[in-house]
Ligand binder design. Structure first.
Ligand SMILES: Nc1ncnc2c1ncn2[C@@H]1O[C@H](COP(=O)(O)OP(=O)(O)O)[C@@H](O)[C@H]1O
Ligand SMILES: O=C(CO)[C@@H](O)[C@H](O)COP(=O)(O)O
Length: 525
């Protein structure tokens, strides 16, 4: 029995692309303290740009130790923020999806014997056999084809795993490592996702992959919830099964906190660690979407999220095992999200969102016919290499229109693409639906107004926090702890408020742009 009067708090983490965030909530799910580490700024010694390191042939990686050092730093910032770690009953986390962590043999033993006197990053410095390929990597096209062939074609793979083969999905990444760097593969004790790796740092052993984030690998049968044997065979050898370990439901207590945290920060020794999951899965959990609501995460990537009752194989996009009570979730991911917006903001007006929004205000909805597609990095939906396509009202290519037209062309082009592909995937979006936005760019109401008009749907944001993945992690910790201990919590459902409504003429302006967009992408190589 848990003592009723004891103060109870819950801790959530988000190991996303550009930063590590942490939040402490109380029993009512009110935010108590927060801390944040921005990889490029706070850890310049790792020389990342936007949290990653880019190679010449579409390879995108992150140094795994960067995330460990960021954890040391964020823990210290929580101390400075006044967190009383002895009140934390449970913790959980979210992380960028698909990335893989390659643990050197012997790492499990190191995790189990950490000394509370030293930083984690000094003790785990030699634990990673390779840098971590991350979700922006587009270098595994050959491996995707081989995986699809081995399983009976792209449709068959999508039926089984919820997605056709995608370059960033961990199965193709593992296959590439097995093929091109066999010693890394052989010397790996385990292969984690970023989420299960992060969880391992808390639980003092290599933590299991959860089913929801595990669905982003092209290796999991999302119906039986077991690894798919043929897919495993296509991506590695007979040791792959044991390198991955058994996946677990997202609502699993994977253990109690490592003694390291008890000694170093004063956590309770019975603080529970709940399986970590993908950031989009955690955002879906945090947003509490009701029927007819669609989640729009505006982080480094832009994603659309939806809870699903059944798992029809999508033509594009992904079906994942649901992180909460809905059995499945749909996910569409666009790699050119916030970083692309930020690059062009810097180019057009310098580092101010206000100045960028002033440019938007200097143009009209529909942008006098200027339309643009901006891929600063290889795009996932549709699959395309980096490039830029801009045309005027007559469909003639233009090179350099005035900055205000470019600003609007970029944002309208992005929103139109999100709607076109969402419709292709079967998302129903009309004035009776709701878009609930979250992530770093969801604070920008001028951007949300464009989404409201293009989707012809009101856009809402959560009142409690702009980052549903982070809040979702802390709430998942609280709810799994509550179910496990039989202790009732007083936390109420997160609430949302409208921030942008479509203008009455929105459909007239943007419907034709959807058709133009579809034609434009046909000509993209
Ligand atoms: N006012 C704003 N308008 C538009 N974008 C913003 C604004 N404030 C922050 N952002 C964007 O939010 C992004 C970070 O979002 P975040 O959700 O923290 O990313 P991630 O979780 O992928 O690390 C930055 O790249 C930045 O461009
Ligand atoms: O690849 C995907 C989803 O399939 C990305 O959405 C990553 O999960 C990165 O998330 P953010 O850091 O952009 O939130």
């Amino acid at each position: 029995m848990i003592e009723e009067t004891r103060k109870k708090t819950f801790l959530g983490f988000d190991f996303s692309t550009q930063r590590l965030k942490a939040v402490v909530i109380d029993e009512e799910y009110a935010v108590q303290q927060e801390a944040d580490v921005e990889f490029d700024v706070d850890l310049p010694e790792f020389r990342t740009a936007g949290g990653v390191v880019r190679g010449e042939r579409g390879e995108v990686t992150a140094p795994t130790l960067l995330w460990v050092k960021a954890l040391d730093m964020v823990m210290d910032r929580l101390v400075v923020a006044g967190v009383d770690f002895s009140t934390i009953e449970a913790l959980s986390g979210a992380a960028q999806q698909h990335g893989s962590v390659w643990w050197l043999k012997g790492s499990g033993a190191k995790l189990a014997s950490l000394s509370g006197d030293q930083f984690l990053h000094t003790q785990l410095a030699t634990c990673f056999v390779a840098d971590s390929p991350v979700w922006m990597d587009s270098s595994t096209t050959a491996d995707c084809q081989a995986l699809e062939e081995a399983v009976g074609g792209p449709e068959e793979l999508a039926k089984i795993t919820g997605s056709r083969a995608y370059e960033r999905f961990t199965g193709a990444q593992i296959r590439k490592m097995f093929r091109t760097r066999p010693r890394v593969y052989q010397n790996s004790e385990r292969i984690s996702l970023v989420s299960s790796f992060a969880c391992s740092l808390f639980v003092g052993k290599i933590a299991p992959i959860d089913l929801s984030d595990g669905s982003g690998m092209n290796l999991l049968n999302i119906h039986t919830k077991k690894w798919h044997e043929q897919a495993l065979q296509a991506c590695g050898d007979e040791t792959l099964l044991s390198k991955l370990g058994d996946p677990v439901p997202s609502a699993t207590v994977v253990g109690t906190i490592s003694p390291y945290y008890v000694q170093r920060y004063g956590f309770r020794s019975d603080c529970k660690v709940v399986a970590f999951t993908g950031d989009n899965c955690s955002a879906l959990a945090g947003l509490r979407l009701r029927s007819g609501w669609v989640g729009l995460s505006l982080g480094t990537s832009d994603t659309l999220l939806l809870g699903l009752e059944s798992a029809a194989a999508p033509p594009a996009g992904h079906i994942l095992v649901g992180p909460t009570s809905a059995p499945y979730m749909a996910l569409l991911c666009f790699s050119n999200g916030s970083l692309t917006r930020q690059n062009h903001r810097d180019r057009l007006v310098g580092p101010s969102w206000e100045a960028f929004n002033d440019l938007l205000q200097a143009t009209v909805r529909g942008n006098m016919g200027y339309m643009g597609i901006y891929y600063d990095t290889a795009e996932i939906v549709p699959r395309a290499a980096a490039g830029r396509w801009l045309e005027d009202a007559r469909g003639r290519p233009v090179d350099k229109p005035a900055p205000q037209f470019e600003a609007r062309a970029l944002l309208e082009g992005q929103a139109v693409a999100r709607r076109a592909h969402a419709e292709d995937m079967g998302f129903v979006l009309d004035r009776s639906s709701r878009v609930v936005a979250t992530g770093g760019a969801s604070v920008n109401t001028a951007l949300l107004q464009i989404f409201a008009d293009v989707f012809n749907t009101p856009v809402y944001v959560q009142d409690q926090h702009a980052n549903a993945a982070l809040l979702g992690a802390a709430i998942r910790a609280a709810e799994v702890w509550s179910a496990e201990t039989g202790t009732k919590l007083t936390g109420s459902e997160p609430t949302v408020s409208p921030v942008a409504s479509p203008y009455p003429d929105a459909e007239r302006i943007y419907k034709p742009m959807l058709e133009r967009y579809r034609k434009m992408i046909e000509n993209i190589p």
